[in-house]
Design a binder for this molecule. Structure first.
Ligand code: 13P
Length: 294
């Protein structure tokens, strides 16, 4: 079923686990994520960013796919606009039936971030759509972002931000970055900062840049109060590795076989990830337990 992201994250917050939010750009990714979640009795968030939407995951095609697969799934699924920035993108996502929108004005001055986030909350909440915002800034791994605390989320500012905007979840900067880290580099997360943020805010917190962060970091982040983890690079990599493995075994593999190999590989990756972040076995459903998903 398709549900508001707020309901998923509130449950995760109350029960100290995190929900995976996978950037998904086609039917194979959406289905892999939803099937993995179903088999693990876990919630999952399907999301896509404006660049991914513009290039490939066109909303008129992908939203009906997400809706159809989510509605027959026995576990709760949310659909999130990741890193929305322009008001028109937020409005379109709300109109299309996304159950959460992120407004990322984190690279703008504090006051402007507050105003933009507040505006999106005002548009989204009356439609039953929840809102994720970002304070501090999670940058790019390739640029070396996240290695110093200059972009980390400030605790006092975060309290003021949430109070003034009414956002439902907050993405915090504590040492991760988007994309691929240099080979061998594992980010060092500021768990003291996370503890202070959680204590002060007592709300669902989001970790961006979930790829390449290391299992121990992810587990500690969840224990420290992270309730949503965004993953893109590692999921794309799983898809690519699935196809490469098939090609090395059978160079004549056709397009259909490659798509199926990619989907199977993503699904296996997601199932493993759900266990790391503790969202498996959070939901039970009688129909599944009796062997029928209908
Ligand atoms: P990664 O590509 O590093 O997993 O980051 C994903 C993300 O945070 C999307 O918002």
């Amino acid at each position: 079923m398709l549900v508001s992201m707020k309901s998923l994250l509130d449950h995760a917050d109350e029960n100290t686990y995190a929900v995976m939010a996978m950037n998904s750009i086609n039917i194979e990714m959406v289905r892999a994520g939803i099937e993995a979640a179903t088999e693990e009795r876990s919630p999952i968030i399907i999301q896509m960013g404006p660049g991914q939407i513009a290039k490939h995951a066109h909303l008129d095609a992908i939203v009906p796919v997400v809706r159809a697969l989510a509605e027959k799934a026995p576990v709760p699924i949310a659909l999130n606009l990741d890193h929305g920035a322009r008001l028109e993108d937020e409005v379109r996502a709300i109109q299309e039936g996304f159950t959460n929108v992120m407004i990322d004005a984190s690279s703008l001055p504090f006051e402007e971030n507050v105003q933009r986030t507040r505006t999106v909350v005002t548009l989204a909440h009356p439609k039953g759509v929840s809102v994720e915002a970002e304070l501090g800034h999670v940058g790019q791994a390739a640029a070396g972002d996240g290695r110093t605390d200059d972009m980390y989320t400030d605790v006092a500012q975060a309290c003021e931000f949430v109070e003034r905007t009414g956002c439902d979840a907050l993405a915090v900067a504590i040492g991760t970055a988007h994309g691929t880290y240099p080979k061998g580099y594992v980010p060092k997360l500021d768990f003291n900062r996370l503890a202070e943020l959680k204590r002060a805010l007592q709300m669902p917190l989001v970790l961006h840049g979930g790829s390449g962060s290391g299992e121990e970091n992810l587990k500690a982040a969840v224990a420290g109060g992270i309730n949503k983890i965004n993953v893109c690079t590692d999921a794309f990599q799983a898809a690519k590795e699935g196809m490469l493995a098939l090609l090395s075994e059978n160079p004549a593999a056709d397009f259909l076989a490659l798509q199926m190999a990619a989907e199977a590989s993503i699904k296996a990756f997601v199932k493993k990830y759900l266990h790391i972040i503790g969202s498996n076995d959070r939901y039970t459903y009688a129909a599944f337990d009796s062997g029928s998903k209908e």
